[in-house]
Design a protein. Sequence first.
Length: 154
Amino acid sequence: MTWRNSPSRRQIRNALEFMAGGTKMEAPKERRGGPQPEGKVNKAIAEAARLFGVIAWRNRRGMLPLPNGGMLPFGVGPHGASDFLGYTPITITADMVGKTVAVFTALESKTDTGVIAPHQQAFLDEVRECGGIAGVCRSGEDVRAAVREWERKP
């Protein structure tokens, strides 16, 4: 089943080939099925985020082909934006007693062997520099570490 009502380029090429009397049909691209490498890490991050009070959503980024040949980008943020984006409610002390603010939170999901790309690191650095919570998470415990690191900053 396709996400749109109009045919894909492959379907159009196959239909034109068939109408011209040909029999050579283009097969769909091979897709890798099954669990993705970061699937278990993503699940652990989502569960840990809830446990530690972080409100985070999976940020799926990519491009969708349009019927006119163009591409439609989807997802939040620039190239390099983290896999999970959201906020962490923080209660302010002293002069703002009892007031809670939302601190922007970016969590980059990686497997134990996954390497963070320079554009991903740049995004995390920018979030930290602007006062947000950011971290590379290879397990649920890394979510807690990212929040605690922010809490320790002066």
